[in-house]
Design a protein around this ligand. Structure first.
Ligand code: TYD
Length: 209
């Protein structure tokens, strides 16, 4: 029994901490899990990602950035995600196509439809079975990032607040568009409550497949 789950949401939503707990809970129950995030440790996807986040990033055109995210995603899908699903694993992936739709399509204003088109090419239209959208107001997310000194503050974290607003709004629009796939989790709650909500949603899905 395989299941492809993605965790999505604005920066500072806590989704990575939630994924740590959920992964452990499901493993204790005996589920076979692949926990991954783009670029997933695949050397080619890492190389592509190094261009996006590297020292010449200011020169990177937004469409080129969107194409590189899609290329990195494709390589990760081929080398890690699809093989794991074929082996019957539950794949939990931190960020996937919806991040490109929200950040490149919405926040960078390239257009959701256009970014979806290149991602459909990259993924052969294989969308996740379940997506948890960890929703949080950007001002709260950014505050959380600033207060967490250990976490690397990357370029996109430092974008203007209206960039984060656009990303969040696009995520919420995606949840309306694909209600059977995307479940919104209130990420402004305590971490423990967020974990509990996420766990319930995943268990309900596992019991229905
Ligand atoms: P990531 O490395 O996943 O870090 P985190 O989720 O811990 O913040 O993402 C880094 C940034 O890249 C983040 O601000 C979201 C952004 N991003 C995109 O703009 N497009 C994408 O397709 C992905 C996967 C991420």
């Amino acid at each position: 029994m395989s299941l492809f789950i993605t965790f999505e949401g604005p920066d500072g939503s806590g989704k990575t901490s939630v994924a740590d707990s959920i992964e452990e809970m499901l493993r204790l129950e005996g589920y076979d899990i692949l926990r991954t995030r783009e670029p997933g440790g695949t050397p080619i996807a890492e190389d592509i990602r190094a261009i996006i986040l590297g020292k010449r990033k200011e020169l990177l055109d937004p469409r080129a950035e969107a194409l590189l995210f899609a290329a990195s995603r494709r390589q990760h899908l081929i080398e890690k995600i699809w093989p794991a699903l074929k082996q019957g694993k539950i794949v939990i992936c931190d960020r996937f196509v919806d991040s490109s739709l929200a950040y490149q399509g919405g926040a960078r204003e390239l257009g959701v439809e256009e970014v979806l088109t290149i991602n459909e090419f990259a993924t052969e239209k294989r969308m996740p079975d379940l997506t948890l959208l960890f929703d949080i107001r950007p001002e709260i997310g950014v505050e959380r990032i600033k207060s967490n000194e250990e976490r690397e503050v990357n370029r996109l974290d430092l974008e203007a607040m209206n960039f984060h607003e656009r990303a969040r709004n696009t995520f919420l629009q995606l949840a309306q568009r694909w209600p059977e796939r995307i479940v919104i989790i209130d990420a402004e709650q305590s971490l423990q409550d967020v974990i509990e909500d996420a766990y319930k949603v995943i268990k309900a899905k596992l019991e229905n497949i």
